[in-house]
Design a protein. Structure first.
Lengths: 305, 276
């Protein structure tokens, strides 16, 4: 006990010990100047009417006007709804399909699991814009999906895909699942391996079926894993851009415009940079409220334990 | 009887697995095979499984559309990003390890908050700043942006790996008169090679595949491959031959690298989540 305390002391930050801080300085400086400074500048500029060239801070100040415009802007509100629906659908599918597939693969022998792993990792390496492109080909009305549906006698109207506002968002979510469910499989399979087999044996002796064992053992044991996955992969759904950019471009009828896409088109296609920044600040706030606050709270609990 | 049921069950399960694999691979096969089909054949249903490969799309990309340049740009950007991020991230993770008591450990999970920052929120003001500094169109934009977005996450991954190195090992090195930096280069760094390999493949594929920053911060001379693809994808129509070929050039190298570094890719993705 005493020796372990001394060992931390030997490595510790004694007075005037600058080394730990110095080691962190390059990373902190880069993140500060390239991420924190632009972010603050962006929040600041969202209160102005920014224009390249002549830009007079006093004349251009508009206060919260961009945010008020946002609240009355039909496309913007549509984008909020789309983003939230995309995020909820994407994460729900990732978790449910990922858990099902991981438990399914886990039920095979180790050697089979190892054999299929290189195949499972392939979608993770595909650039999201290529994912969008691939699925745009699959969903093409003259394309392979509808040819297959035609072969088995399902009419086009049963699933109009990206051509109809009612199913376009679902179509983008399916493309997202194709890419991210494999990530869930990889991480959850590793999580499943880490659960002691004895727990399941004990449950089996007590007469618990596989479903009960899943809800009473697997899910609680993987709680922290799910939380981390939510933060390293789930968050990305709320910033979705690439897949939608290539797959639908936001259409039809804005039914797939996400907040990131709307901010992008306002900023770069309409040269309305200040309004775009207000929109992007909304994206960041949403991300923080939905993911950041629960994470900080959970992290605090974990440290208290 | 029971044996026969078990046998059937096994067949059903194995075909389920085969379907899962087919679902995973087919989309990639579709785009790669289309890159070798004539434009008219791409649209023909059902697609021919056996056909004579057609290389004109690739020839056009390289001869007319400057794709060799884009390919080199992608390499320059992703390799620089990897170097900067790994160097800064590993040093920072070691710094966190050296902090007294558990401050570093407590802080390390908060690094994940860096993942909360949306690219678009950084891109818009960064575009203005880069314009002022006359740096748009150079490699600096995407390299700095990717590194800044990647550093918190990579530092977090590295702290998850460094945590496993016992303090005693470091202590004995310092007792032997080794400075802490020498201890880092002679003891920690060699032990971290697998961890660094994991971080390398994670950050490299992120940078290689990233689109949004490069779309606005680069120009015709510095476009990476992803932007090259984006230029073929219109709102209404897509040039399927060229875009499939461009997509193939983009995904095949990283899939090959990922295949050979697969062990590290998997341990990188699982390290933080399962151990942390």
């Amino acid at each position: 006990m005493r020796s372990s305390r001394r060992s931390t002391y030997a490595l510790s930050m004694e007075k005037g010990d600058l080394l730990p801080t110095l080691l962190m300085a390059p990373a902190v400086a880069l993140v500060f100047f390239v991420m924190v400074v632009p972010l603050s500048y962006g929040v600041f500029l969202s209160l102005f009417n920014f224009e390249f060239g002549a830009f007079d801070l006093r004349k251009a100040f508009v206060g919260l006007r961009h945010y008020i415009t946002f609240l009355g802007d039909e496309t913007a509100l549509r984008a909020v709804a789309n983003t939230l629906m995309f995020s909820a659908g994407a994460i729900a599918g990732d978790f449910v399909l990922g858990t099902l597939a991981a438990t399914f693969i886990h039920s095979f022998s180790r050697s089979i699991a190892r054999f299929i792993r290189p195949i499972v990792t392939v979608p993770l390496l595909v650039s999201p814009i290529v994912v969008g492109l691939i699925w745009r080909y699959i969903y093409d009305p003259q394309g392979i999906l509808y040819w297959l549906m035609d072969q088995v006698g399902i009419p086009f109207e049963a699933f109009p895909g990206v051509t109809s506002a009612s199913t376009a968002l679902l179509s983008t979510i399916i493309a997202h699942w194709w890419q991210v469910v494999p990530f869930m499989i990889i991480v959850l399979t590793a999580g499943l391996v880490s659960i002691p087999v004895e727990l399941y044996e004990a449950a089996h002796i007590d007469g618990a079926g596989p479903v009960t064992a899943f809800f009473r053992i697997t899910l609680p044991m993987l709680k922290d894993v799910y939380m981390v996955i939510l933060l390293i992969s789930g968050v990305d759904t709320i910033k979705v851009f690439d897949i939608i950019f290539a797959l639908t471009g936001g259409g039809p009828n804005n039914s797939t415009v996400s907040l990131s896409m709307y901010a992008y088109s306002q900023g770069f296609a309409n040269s309305n940079l200040s309004y775009a920044m207000a929109i992007s600040v909304v994206v960041m706030t949403l991300t923080f409220v939905i993911f950041g606050i629960p994470f900080i709270r959970q992290n605090r609990n974990r440290n208290d334990r | 009887m029971v044996k026969r049921i078990q046998w059937y069950l096994r067949i059903v399960k194995l075909s389920g697995l085969a379907l899962l694999m087919l679902w995973t691979v087919t989309p990639v096969y579709i785009i790669v095979s289309n890159a070798f089909r004539q434009t008219l054949d791409i649209k023909k249903m059902p697609p021919a499984l056996i056909f004579t490969p057609f290389f004109k799309h690739f020839e056009r990309l390289f001869a007319l559309d400057n794709f060799l340049r884009y390919f080199v740009n992608s390499i320059v950007i992703s390799v620089s990003v990897t170097f900067v991020t790994i160097a800064f991230g590993t040093l920072a993770a070691y710094g966190l390890k050296l902090f007294r008591s558990r401050v570093g450990e407590r802080l390390s999970n908060l690094l994940l908050l860096g993942k909360l920052v949306p690219a678009i929120t950084v891109l818009l003001p960064m575009y203005i700043i880069m314009n002022r500094l006359r740096l748009t169109g150079t490699y600096f934009g995407p390299i700095l942006a990717h590194a800044a977005m990647g550093i918190p996450f990579i530092t977090w991954i590295m702290t998850c790996f460094i945590r496993d190195i016992p303090n005693e090992l470091l202590e004995s090195a310092t007792v032997d008169g080794c400075s802490r930096m020498r201890a880092f280069f002679h003891i920690i760094f060699p032990m971290l090679t697998p961890a660094i390999a994991s971080a390398v493949i994670l950050i490299m594929q992120f940078s290689w595949n990233e689109l949004l920053f490069s779309l606005q911060l680069t120009n015709i001379d510095t476009y990476p491959l992803t932007v090259g693809i984006a230029r073929y994808v219109g709102a209404i129509s897509v040039d399927w031959g060229k875009s499939s070929a461009a997509a193939t050039i983009t995904i095949v190298p990283i899939i090959i690298v990922g295949f050979f570094m697969q062990k590290y890719l998997v341990s990188g993705m699982t390290a933080g989540a399962v151990k942390g």
